[in-house]
Design a binder for this molecule. Structure first.
Ligand SMILES: [Zn+2]
Length: 162
């Protein structure tokens, strides 16, 4: 059970948005793992969407600033690398917001074991067509790959499943 202080701090931290996709909060992404009081200090834990994600420093700072602004005097943000984040942690609400933002959400589920992630057709966020193809493994950021729709001919980002 979270104490009332912890649940209030969770609300504050959960509202921090991803700097790369500002329609998604870090709670939507599943990046925010926990907020716990350790004595006088509030400890928030976050898990990067992939190792070396440059957005994580920004997210860490933003969580600290948001909690400080909400009146929490002693705040620490810890990075937790294990278990590794997968796109399965993204909330359904988050996937819907991602698609409305024009980025195709991750499809299928991340691999549980074995080397091959399940690849499903990626739906065009503009026209809904499944007739799409990957143009480049890397889109606007390394979390995403660049796709092109064969029907409406629009390029779009796909949030990679991993
Ligand atoms: Zn399309």
């Amino acid at each position: 059970m979270l104490s009332s202080v912890e649940s209030r701090a969770w609300e504050v931290a959960a509202a921090v948005v991803d700097p790369e996709v500002p329609v998604l909060t870090i709670a939507d992404l599943g990046v925010l793992r926990s907020v716990r009081a350790e004595g006088e200090t509030l400890v928030a834990t976050i898990t990067p969407t992939y190792s070396g994600c440059p957005a994580m420093d920004t997210i860490r700072d933003d969580v600290e600033l948001a909690l400080a602004a909400a009146g929490f005097a002693h705040v620490r943000v810890d990075l937790v690398l294990s278990p590794a984040w997968t796109t399965d942690w993204m909330s359904e609400d988050g996937k819907r917001k991602l698609e409305e933002y024009g980025i195709a959400p991750p499809t299928g589920r991340a691999r549980v074991r074995g080397p091959i992630p399940l690849a499903l057709a990626v739906r065009c966020p503009r026209c809904g067509s499944l007739n799409t193809r990957e143009v480049s493994r890397f889109g606007s950021t390394s979390c995403k790959s660049l796709f092109e729709c064969r029907d409406c001919l629009e390029p779009f980002d796909h949030f990679k499943v991993h």
